[in-house]
Design a protein around this ligand. Structure first.
Ligand code: NI
Length: 188
């Protein structure tokens, strides 16, 4: 099932999402639906708050890039992070051009550490502690921000945010066209 994606301005994107335990009902179906939703919208990562569920579940999927041959693999590398926590930042901070399915048409360079150590549970609730580098480190940081009520535009300079203010207000008001279905917050 493909879920509509919650847009910037929706209060669920600003909540701190709750951890889940292994008895969370329908987790396997949910994760499968999250991958389907993400791929249908051409995303590389999706956090549960983006489908209006305030729980700490993230899916990530992208084709691996080989720097040596400058080519992308055919099969997507997929990750499911349940209750993820960044326990260490490593390496230098780097800029990378980010976008977000909840913030259509806006792409900005965001400064983040190039590697992170993440502790998380897999879908069977086995605990893992792993170093993420490259694209995975970038997407994981972006998605874990969503679990803490943050979006990537929060990490821009005041000047950049001021320049984007009008476009963000348009997205919050639902004045944005997307190929995928969005769920807008209806103010009373
Ligand atoms: Ni995002």
């Amino acid at each position: 099932m493909i879920y509509p994606i919650v847009g910037f301005g929706h209060p669920t994107l600003r909540k701190t999402a709750q951890p889940i335990d292994k008895d969370y009902p329908g987790l396997e179906q949910l994760v499968s639906d999250m991958f389907e939703t993400m791929y249908a919208a051409d995303g590389v990562g999706l956090a549960a708050p983006q489908i209006d569920l305030s729980i700490r579940v993230v899916v990530i999927g992208f084709r691996p890039y080989d720097e040596k041959t400058d080519t992308y693999g055919d099969v997507s590398e997929e990750h499911v992070l349940i209750n993820p926590e960044i326990i260490e930042y490593r390496g230098e901070k780097k800029y990378f051009n980010e976008g977000c399915l909840s913030i259509p048409d806006i792409h900005e360079d965001v400064l983040r550490p190039e590697a992170v150590v993440v502790r998380y549970n897999d879908i069977d609730f086995n605990e893992h502690t792993e170093e993420f580098t490259g694209m995975l480190a970038r997407v994981a940081q972006h998605e874990i921000d969503h679990l803490d009520g943050k979006v990537f535009t929060d990490r821009l300079s005041n000047l950049r945010r001021t320049m984007l203010h009008r476009r963000l207000a348009d997205i919050a008001a639902g004045r944005v066209a997307t190929r995928y279905r969005m769920k807008q917050y209806k103010r009373k």
